[in-house]
Design a protein around this ligand. Structure first.
Ligand code: SF4
Length: 369
């Protein structure tokens, strides 16, 4: 790991023993001692009939996912030892993703509309994906920089305080997607990722808006990507279990948000059952996925008791191997004026209280916050 002059904290984070332990596979991919999961998925032969029923393919996915996890234990470590198969596990994931698009269930809004037939659900993203920008990001967590970040246009949330509202919401109903973002197909996305890899990105960071409505494009792009680089899922994490099943084996590093109680998520973002869904997904990636997770907790003003503390308690009990970015950069933006309690900055006293609470619970937060 070379010294990063733009972010000296990344050098010191990688000196932290717990960081090295909890993110060992990610570090091994960076150091070229291990292969990104998606490459192994491409070398894992998987014969199936694309016209098989959804249920048959989902059943096959269950079986193959177990076999894939066994394969990871004896994984080859070098690209030259890898043989890409004509019909692979990755293609099974791609096939299922495009089938789900016919009745979109990518996120828990479960719009169930046929995006392949031009219909649009809550996120207003059609079958094609759109990106607003892609660049080497030096502002992400210490261990992620420089991060090859790809911003997808559109979001399945509608947060009143959104700080990326131009990407996520304000174009909706006013402008066509093509006026505000660039349409891309899987090959285009792969080209962008490869370009970022060549610029020495440590990871390919799918974000937005949110990447969830674009799961099919992202999985499909991996067929065209060849660089041994960590795949990073940076998301509100409100995806369905079926969607998560498509990603769980091919994502190396997870960067989910976890911000609210159910009541506050409904009030500020119009999202039902937030806590249950995010905590369910966190447990799945902690126990069955790579387990290499940085949870982003944005501290909202006046939400210490209802949101921050219960979330810290949940993390310490149920996903103890994760690290937490306690984010203090909330600022009142967009429509936060509707609610006086969030139309202000969090106080330094609140931030301190949450950090102390995290310390009391034994949460690892400092190197990534
Ligand atoms: S990804 Fe979009 S269309 Fe699909 S379920 Fe979610 S909001 Fe609806």
């Amino acid at each position: 790991m070379t010294f990063n002059f733009r972010r000296p904290d990344s050098y010191f984070a990688w000196k932290n023993k717990e960081i090295l332990k909890r993110f060992s596979r990610y570090k091994d991919i960076i150091d070229k001692n291990k292969l990104a999961r998606y490459i192994i998925a491409k070398s894992f032969e998987c014969n199936f009939n694309v016209d098989a029923s959804l249920e048959e393919l989902e059943q096959l996915l269950k079986i193959k996912s177990k076999e894939f996890k066994n394969l990871l234990n004896e994984e080859p470590s070098q690209l030259e030892n890898i043989e890409i198969k004509n019909k692979s596990y990755l293609e099974l994931l791609e096939t299922l993703a495009y089938k789900y698009l016919r009745e979109c269930i990518f996120c828990e809004r479960m719009c169930k509309i046929d995006r392949r037939d031009g219909k649009k659900g809550f996120c207003l993203i059609p079958e094609e994906s759109y990106i607003s920008s892609a660049f080497l990001h030096y502002g992400e967590e210490s261990v992620l920089v420089p991060s090859g970040t790809i911003f997808f246009q559109g979001c399945n949330f509608s947060c009143v305080y959104c700080q990326n509202y131009d990407i996520s919401q304000t174009w909706k109903g006013k402008k066509a997607l093509s006026e505000v973002a660039k349409r891309i197909n899987p090959q285009d996305l792969a080209n962008i990722a490869e370009q970022l890899a060549k610029q020495n990105a440590l990871n390919i960071n799918y974000v937005g808006g949110d990447p969830i409505p674009n799961i099919h494009t992202i999985i499909s792009s991996l067929k065209f990507q060849t660089s041994n680089i960590c795949q990073l899922w940076n998301s509100n994490f409100y995806l369905t279990e079926k969607s998560l099943n498509l990603l769980i084996d091919i994502i190396d590093l997870w960067l989910p948000d976890f911000k609210f109680s159910n009541e506050c998520a409904l009030k500020y973002c119009g999202i039902p059952n937030y806590f249950e869904i995010i905590s369910r997904n966190l447990k799945i990636i902690h126990n069955k996925g790579s387990g290499e997770i940085i949870i982003r907790h944005l501290v909202l003003p006046n939400h210490t008791e209802c949101c921050s503390k219960p979330i810290m308690e949940y993390i310490s009990k149920e996903v103890p191997n994760s690290a937490v970015n306690i984010m203090d950069q909330y600022r009142p933006e967009f429509k936060s004026y509707i609610y006086p309690e969030i139309n202000q900055y969090p106080s330094s006293k609140e931030i301190k209280k949450i950090k102390e609470y995290a310390n009391d619970l034994g949460i690892l937060w400092e190197p990534v916050s």
